[in-house]
Design a protein around this ligand. Structure first.
Ligand SMILES: [Zn+2]
Length: 358
């Protein structure tokens, strides 16, 4: 192994313009799609696929698919003709179920169907299960489950109304979902573009996020697990209300330390970078600092997760951001509770409050 880098470097100063691409490594291209949020873009990756015995066509694999709306699909049409040179999409890999990643998977699968049928996306089974459950709002993803979860953690009725009752925004971004997948199990190797890539599991952001590492190319497609500037959203939803995703996330990051130190990281948001080690260390420090802020904030008395949102997010949040902010606040108080620094009590008013232990 070469020596670890002490700081991050960014080999490309700017992303590809809409409809254009940047070559990153042999056979690996970077394209970018818009998102209708404060976080306004996602990076997607195209890998050239040679002909195989099973499929004698030259073509492409895509890793993640973009938000499932017309603006993205119009750009996809440009990429089909130009970036992909009219060659077919043969495989679809999805890192996790979020709409910017899975949004166009089924549309692409059908668009490039062959006589054998639509392309079957390759992904974690838990992520497809989550997609299907969120899309219909069942069980722990049901609207009433969300509303009572938000209420117990201190959101006001007005805030609950705009978060739990805002309609199903998931199906807006993922209008059609795959009904089947070719399952990738954490630790599996997949051959993409004739090279071996290992599937590295990540917890804390979604149920079973997959990143893909090619040692030969020294490239890591990190998805949302390792981002260069912003910290990944770690969250608690009613389906795993008592869990500790901060620990799950930080523990998952340790696997990236086994990548070669000069690995080029391809994140879903922001610019590709080198410097896994310093980035992982910065994220560990970030979550420790957040926890210390929380411990300070409850020193003068027990608080709900909602009351701690301003401690974690020192900026004005829109409704979309509030939805993820409460889930992230619960993740952090749950972590303090799991490690024994916070107590968790349910008051007579049904509100869950956290205070310093001991
Ligand atoms: Zn995500």
């Amino acid at each position: 192994m070469t020596a670890a880098l002490t700081s991050m470097t960014f080999p490309h100063a700017a992303p590809p313009a809409p409809g254009e691409f940047i070559d990153l490594a042999p056979g690996v291209k970077w394209i970018r799609m818009p998102l209708p949020f404060a976080l306004d873009h996602i990076n997607l990756w195209l890998i050239e696929e040679p002909a195989t015995a099973d499929d004698p066509r030259d073509g492409w694999t895509v890793v993640d698919t973009g938000f499932g709306v017309e603006a993205t699909r119009a750009l996809w049409e440009q990429h089909f003709a130009q970036t992909m040179g009219g060659k077919p999409l043969k495989r679809i890999i999805v890192t996790h179920y979020h709409p910017d990643h899975l949004g166009n998977a089924q549309w692409l699968a059908e668009r490039f169907a062959t006589s054998a049928g639509p392309i079957v996306p390759e992904m974690s089974l838990l992520e497809l299960v989550a997609a299907q459950a969120v899309a219909v709002g069942t069980g722990g993803y049901a609207r009433d489950a969300l509303a009572s979860f938000f209420r117990s953690h201190g959101l006001t009725e007005e805030q609950i109304d705009i978060t739990a009752n805002r309609g199903n925004t998931y199906t807006f971004g993922v209008p059609t979902r795959p009904v089947t997948c070719q399952r990738i199990v954490p630790g599996d190797s997949v051959t993409l573009g004739g090279r071996v890539w290992s599937a590295i599991v990540g917890y804390g952001h979604t149920p079973e996020h997959l990143s893909f590492y090619c040692e030969e190319l020294r490239v890591l497609i990190s998805g949302d697990m390792l981002l260069p500037k912003i910290s990944t959203n770690v969250n608690v939803w009613p389906i795993y209300a008592l869990s500790d995703p901060v620990s799950e996330y930080v523990n998952s990051l340790q696997a990236f330390k086994y990548c070669e130190p000069d690995t080029l990281v391809l994140p879903s948001h922001g610019l590709p970078f080198r410097g896994i080690q310093p980035r992982v260390e910065a994220l560990e420090t970030h979550h420790e600092a957040r926890m210390n802020d929380l411990y300070t904030a409850v020193a003068d008395g027990a608080k709900t997760a909602a009351e701690l949102i301003p401690t974690l997010f020192r900026r004005q949040l829109d409704n979309h951001q509030l939805f993820f902010a409460i889930a992230e606040a619960v993740a952090h108080v749950n972590h303090g509770w799991h490690v024994g620094r916070l107590t968790r009590t349910v008051g007579a008013d049904g509100r869950i409050r956290f205070a310093l232990a001991g």
